[in-house]
Design a protein around this ligand. Structure first.
Ligand code: IPM
Ligand code: MG
Length: 351
């Protein structure tokens, strides 16, 4: 297969982890006879520095005309500590999600047999966890009206949802549940928020179209507790943008490290694949960041293109590296650790 993949390394450790994913994809391409053309493009602080804008039109053109987008991370401390900054790297991420129509963010949570004891949670609670948080990604409080008033003494952000936005996300959730254990949980805050009541009403009305799926409804505060208390109680969770942002960071604790969790963002056109971790600026340029979340995001990319053998091969080699201790320092627990680039080389060599 011929593949054009837009490559958005971004900021911080983005370029380093992306390099490893490229090595792995290239190894897969040569083993399975594919031809990947990488199309590098600027985003985030790197793009602000180069052209004054975190998601330039040129980058959008490249993404929109590719078969998929592989993305590293966005964000720079220079902007975090400056609340007055007019342009922020994260705006690029939001603009990209919106312009590419990436309304559903798929964030799986699973455990790795060799890492169960790395999680701060007890083995019997987490072993065998296999859930997906499907986060709405182009609406809600991230995109609602926001601003200042009262002479700058009041600030507001608005959580707005339209029925069609909830429906298209929920449909994906139902479809996913149908392919898995047929359990769907809608997470909201319907005891307080009107937008959440619209979520509940909309999802309830869709239940009749998917009679085999058992749907439950939970308030997000309760889910925050149950998710780490008994993660095996969940299969597919659908939720709003902000709730999903928070719950997916929480869920990463189950797997033992944020550095392991991949994601895909899908919509009507091209899909995007990225690790759920951020740009981890403290580690930038040190060749110490864990590349596995990005490598596993590449596995999701192949999976979505129906290249299942390729995806499985990546997962196999990642599990092998973990089992053999070819890991970056975050997983080494003071033992032998490998550089980001060494892990990438090892993975590519073992494909
Ligand atoms: C994520 C990140 C982003 C988000 C930030 C960097 C804007 O936390 O992808 O989860 O909040 O969506
Ligand atoms: Mg987040």
């Amino acid at each position: 297969m011929k593949l054009n993949i837009a490559l958005l390394a971004g900021d911080g450790i983005g370029p380093e982890v992306i390099d490893q994913a490229v090595k792995v994809c290239d190894a897969i391409a040569s083993k399975y006879d594919h031809e990947i053309t990488w199309k590098p493009a600027l985003t985030g602080a790197a793009a602000i520095d180069a052209v004054g804008e975190p998601y330039p039109d040129e980058t959008h053109e490249i993404c929109a005309s590719s078969d998929a987008v592989l993305f590293g991370a966005i964000g720079h401390p220079r902007f975090d500590n400056d609340p007055t900054a007019k342009v922020r790297p994260e705006q690029g991420l939001l603009k990209m999600r919106q312009k590419l129509g990436l309304f559903a963010n798929v964030r799986p949570t699973f455990t790795f047999p060799s890492l169960i004891d790395k999680s701060p949670l007890k083995r019997d609670r987490i072993e065998g966890t296999d859930l997906i948080i499907l986060r709405e990604l182009t609406g809600g409080i991230y995109f609602g009206e926001r601003g200042r008033k009262d002479d700058n003494h009041t600030a507001f952000d608005t959580m707005t949802y339209q029925r069609f936005e909830i429906e298209r996300l929920a449909r994906k959730g139902f479809e996913m549940a149908m392919k898995r254990s047929k359990k769907l949980c809608c997470v909201d805050k319907a005891n307080v928020l009107e937008s959440s009541r619209l979520w509940r009403e909309t999802v309830q009305a869709m239940e009749k179209d998917f009679p085999e799926v058992t749907v439950s409804y939970e308030f997000v505060d309760a889910t925050a507790m149950r998710l780490i208390q008994w993660p095996k109680g969940y299969d597919v969770i659908i939720t709003a943008n902000l709730f999903g942002d928070i719950l997916t960071d929480e869920a990463s604790v189950i797997s033992g490290s944020m550095g392991l969790m991949p994601s895909s963002s899908v919509g009507s056109k091209v899909s995007l694949y990225e690790p759920i971790h951020g740009s981890y600026p403290q580690a930038a340029g040190k060749d110490i960041a864990n590349p596995l979340a990005t490598v596993l995001s590449a596995a999701m990319l192949f999976e979505d293109l129906a290249l299942t053998k390729e995806a499985e091969e990546i997962r196999r080699v990642v599990n092998k590296s973990l089992a053999e201790g070819i890991v970056t320092e975050d997983l080494a627990e003071g033992g032998t650790s490998y550089k980001t680039s060494e892990v990438g080389d090892w993975l590519a060599k073992n494909i």
